[in-house]
Design a protein. Structure first.
Length: 134
């Protein structure tokens, strides 16, 4: 049981690490090309750093609050992406492009949310089992 839980932890950590690295890479690509740094670029940098950081609370098992914040933060990041792809959206006023890289990032973010949700449920069940045993 412990080994399966460890695999879940490392899998969730890997998904957020990959998504965060890809977001940071998008920012680096902008700098490398000499383009003007836009608000979305800053969001990619800050969000990417947060996602890379989130490896620590997952691996170190900081607890349910951290798992929940990671899930919520990733969901908000995804929601912003979805909203900005809608024509005449309230954020940018126009639909943004949908690239292969963006789809890959979304897949890793969805995987992170699912894996973190499983971790959250399993850690809550384990905690409840410990409470009942005492």
């Amino acid at each position: 049981m412990v080994k399966k839980f460890t695999i879940l932890l490392y899998s969730a950590a890997a998904t957020t690490l990959i998504a965060g690295s890809l977001h940071i890479n998008k920012f680096i690509d902008t700098i490398s090309s000499g383009e003007h740094i836009s608000n979305p670029d800053v969001l990619f940098l800050i969000g990417g750093i947060a996602q890379v950081f989130w490896v620590v609370p997952i691996i170190r098992q900081w607890g349910k609050i951290w798992y929940s914040i990671g899930i919520a933060g990733t969901a908000v990041f995804m929601l912003l992406w979805v909203i900005t792809r809608i024509p005449e959206n309230p954020i940018t006023g126009k639909a943004g492009p949908i690239s292969a890289e963006a789809i890959i990032i979304q897949v890793f973010q969805i995987a992170f949310i699912i894996l973190s949700g499983i971790i959250l449920v399993k850690s809550t069940k384990a905690e409840n089992t410990r409470i009942k045993a005492t």
